[in-house]
Write a protein that binds this ligand. Sequence first.
Ligand SMILES: [Zn+2]
Length: 410
Amino acid sequence: MLVLFVLEAKLRGSTKQFALIDEMIRTAGFVRNSCLRYWMDNRGVGQYDLSALCAVLAKEYEWAKKLNSQARQASAERAWQSIKRFYDNCKNPTIKKKGYPRFKKSRSVEYKTTGYKLSEDRQSITFTDGFKAGSFRMMGAFDLNYYQPEQIKRVRVVRRADGYYTQFCIAHDRLEKVEPTEQVIALDVGLMHFYTDNRGNKVENPRHLRKSEKALKRLQRRVSRKVKGSNKRKKAINKLGRKHLKVSRQRKDFAVKLARCVVKSNDLVVFEKLIVRNMVKNRRLAKSISDAAWRQFFEWLEYYGQVFGKIVIAVPPQYTSTECSSCHRIVKKSLSERTHACECGCILDRDENASRNLLAKGLEYLSRGGHSRIKDTALAGSPTLASVWYAQGHLNLCSISESLLNKFGG
Ligand SMILES: [Zn+2]
């Protein structure tokens, strides 16, 4: 089983070098936005037209030419991804918000297999395209030694609140043999507990998330008190950004460990698909933090499902909390009612009842369609490069902080 995953290292270099990286990032953003503009202005533009546009841009603008040609292509591909997402959403009547592609300020630049070089010891990276950013020492790149250069499919440079990072997207043949456990599990997520399984076991919400939530609120208030455009405000925004980074790293750590444990100790894992619509609607910070934590947890469940050769299914949410898991009557309850009590005599913890329903649904899916059908219904299905960046590259987490920063950065 070929698995894609992301290794990350912090870059060490001079201020001058980082200014050049900023230019690289700006140029990548320029290419992406130009592609978008071209698509908006011309009917029926496809992926190949955008790819061809890259060469035109390079001819027209001296500085666009400086960016490695494959990196230009990667930027065009990113533009196409958001266009394609929009087209796909338009075809799906259940999605109300179609997400028309928008111009974005870029925070990263992506290389494919050229435009950079790794040192012999693989602890430094040199960017070899026209920007001549030079060599950077990489902090925490130790793991890179385990992989061959041809396993590196993409390299991305990301700007964050606390510095610049490289991410390596690595393809690795990874299937760890584990003995069947003969156990199945279904997970119901909720705001009271991180999840409740079908046996009534509960995993608490990680305390650091709650604590961080308070700290984030405090930092946000601090930003909004400062005068717009002032240096103090800039500093406060940076502090807020750093806190978001810290939270996202803690969250990732929690998700990885928990997901690995759950998949390893069960042969079948069922969870409820998170509906993006509902998530966007809820602007409350507490909720958005939990959503991001679950989303990441689910993505790691699917990843480990592939690594360990286990079945991981996301089922669409329908009546899972109201239906009686024993007789299938609908038993309505308010959000504050924590117990499911049915006329049939079934009395269960509310979330335990829900996760039992999830398990039944998961088994129904399996019996109806086998594994091939499941792929379509799962959260991510087989991983594509984009979804791997998305899942493992902190992107979904940073998007929260980005939108917040945009709000405050004005
Ligand atoms: Zn019942």
